[in-house]
Design a protein around this ligand. Structure first.
Ligand SMILES: Cc1cc2nc3c(=O)[nH]c(=O)nc-3n(C[C@H](O)[C@H](O)[C@H](O)COP(=O)(O)OP(=O)(O)OC[C@H]3O[C@@H](n4cnc5c(N)ncnc54)[C@H](O)[C@@H]3O)c2cc1C
Length: 376
């Protein structure tokens, strides 16, 4: 990785998945040089992982469960890593017991203390619990109308409150709607069939992706401090928050942030599965023991406790009316900026909850658009 290039073909702000994919494609398909500017002291964005002092590989910004909706995206990322199986298991701690999450047939049987003869009998049982709500306006309506009040109160209400600092009544239904509801015994956290972990971690994956000599990375550098000094020949790709880029012209977009606290034990395994959610107790939302999915063979294991907070690094866009309206205004500026070859992509820049496979796909599409522009 080269260190500096003040006159690159592409200037990329952010060394997360989006920045790395664009730089890789540009080097490979157009032999373009890229300079990546990153304010943190590492690459890989929020997917960053590293070995801690006891040699345990830790996901530094929360657990990252890689899954792919599309085979072609999986194939592309497979150029940079070997994989191990990623059968993610998550449970929720309710009234002293552990229940499978997402809610499935086993959760329902254990919670209601009923043995269902079939999927159909479970559905019929839940239909009687459902609350008839004509117009689903928010996250509370959504769960009440799908699973009824008891499940809502024990599994969703307080978790959502803790996670967002906002009552589910005041949150878009898409927030809780992201988690599947199942009437079978599928125990896996995600629906996708391609569930994998990079064998040597995410940081290694993205290092491999940007190993070409045509790619330079400048860490610990805020874009705002260098933006007038670097003039790219072709385009700028910006993966940071849009309000910051436009100097808060239309106001500030709200984000939910997190505090990560790590505790290492001299134990091969500490808890039952990779993630345990605590909806109704503690200040943290979940406890993650990533070793369950990295499958490292070490004497030690590390727990990560996640504490939601309103200030700090931007992690989750808050999808309410106010923020949607503000973002719409920035979107107009983003479209105008494109005409001057400044492109906004990624989870921060698009103010959208996007998984890794989704941002990688979007980055590949964006690069194709840029490439076309320069082959005319
Ligand atoms: C807690 C948490 C858990 C997640 N779990 C999963 C999961 O299980 N599965 C999954 O698929 N996805 C998960 N994700 C989402 C995943 O992290 C994102 O999809 C992915 O990181 C987005 O890539 P990106 O390049 O858009 O942004 P990021 O990874 O956020 O990278 C953007 C980079 O830009 C840098 N930057 C921003 N502004 C500037 C500036 N002005 N100057 C210089 N640098 C700047 C930032 O420091 C950052 O490193 C999770 C995210 C979080 C927060």
């Amino acid at each position: 990785m080269k260190k500096e290039n003040k006159n690159p073909d592409l200037l990329i702000i952010g060394a997360g998945p989006v920045g790395c994919v664009i730089a890789e494609r540009a080097a490979k398909l157009k032999q373009w040089t890229s300079l990546i500017i990153e304010k943190r002291n590492h690459i890989a964005g929020n997917c960053y992982d590293k070995l801690n002092s006891k040699g345990v590989l830790v996901h530094m910004y929360g657990p990252h469960y890689m899954r792919f909706k599309k085979k072609k995206i999986f194939k592309y990322v497979s150029n940079f890593t070997k994989w191990i199986n990623g059968n993610y298991i998550v449970k929720s701690h309710v009234d002293g017991k552990l229940y499978p999450i997402p809610i499935n047939l086993t959760t329902l049987e254990k919670f209601f203390k009923i043995k269902f003869k079939s999927k159909k009998s479970a559905i019929n049982f839940i239909i009687k619990k459902r609350i008839n709500i004509k117009k689903i306006r928010n996250s509370e309506d959504f769960i009440l109308s799908k699973l009824g009040r008891e499940i809502y109160e024990k599994f969703y209400k307080n978790y959502t409150l803790k996670q967002w600092g906002i009552h589910p009544k005041n949150l878009d239904k898409s927030i809780v709607g992201r988690l599947p509801i199942r009437f079978d015994r599928n125990p896996y956290y995600v629906n996708q069939k391609i569930r994998v972990m990079p064998k040597y971690g995410y940081t290694r994956l993205f290092q491999n992706m940007i190993s070409d000599k045509k790619i330079s990375v400048q860490l610990k550098t805020d874009f705002n401090k260098v933006k007038n000094k670097i003039k790219p020949k072709h385009a700028t790709i910006y993966t940071g928050p849009p309000d910051l880029y436009f100097n808060f012209k239309y106001g500030k977009l709200d984000w939910r942030s997190l505090n990560f606290s790590f505790k290492t034990h001299r134990k091969k395994k500490i808890q039952d599965c990779v993630q345990i959610n605590y909806p109704n107790e503690h200040k943290y939302t979940r406890k993650v023991e990533i070793k369950h999915v990295t499958k490292q063979k070490t004497k030690y294991s590390t727990l990560c406790f996640e504490y939601p907070k309103s200030k700090g690094d931007p992690y989750y866009p808050i999808n309410n009316k106010k923020n949607k309206n503000i973002f719409k205004k920035y979107e107009r500026l983003i479209k105008k900026a494109e005409k001057k070859n400044v492109f906004f992509e990624g989870r921060l820049a698009q103010y959208k909850y996007l998984n890794m496979d989704e941002v990688i796909e979007r980055a590949l599409n964006l690069f194709n658009r840029i490439k076309k522009k320069y082959s005319r």
